[in-house]
Design a protein around this ligand. Structure first.
Ligand SMILES: [Ca+2]
Ligand SMILES: [Ca+2]
Length: 114
């Protein structure tokens, strides 16, 4: 077993421009899959310089944690969600960071020992 806690997700560059009227920044879906069990967290209005505090999320895991970050859009209007990236944390990586940079975005996730 390994144990970690997430610290934050920091936005360096959002996928959608904060300057776009009616669409300020990203609508994020953060999916955390702990040994195959998925939990989903959402946060609207993330843009350059904003930080999402994740310090309430701890994980005990046996094999791995998969993290999938998506900017939600509007598929019903033909605007598909944008996958910003996915990554896997193994049991030997209880301290680390990862940058999601799909679709020109840049978000850094940090985590450490719980
Ligand atoms: Ca969006
Ligand atoms: Ca988008």
């Amino acid at each position: 077993m390994a144990k970690l806690k997430f610290y934050y997700l920091h936005c360096y560059t959002s996928e959608e421009s904060a300057a776009q009227p009616f669409q300020p920044g990203d609508e994020l879906e953060l999916k955390i899959v702990i040994d195959g069990n998925a939990k989903t967290y959402k946060r609207n209005k993330m843009w350059d310089g904003r930080r999402w505090d994740l310090s309430h999320i701890e994980a005990d895991y046996k094999n791995n944690i998969e993290v999938i970050l998506t900017d939600l859009d509007n598929p019903r209007l033909g605007d598909q969600h944008d996958l910003l990236g996915k990554m896997t944390i193994g049991t030997n990586q209880v301290n680390g960071a990862f940058v999601f940079n799909g679709h020109g975005a840049s978000y850094e996730l940090r985590w450490g020992p719980a």
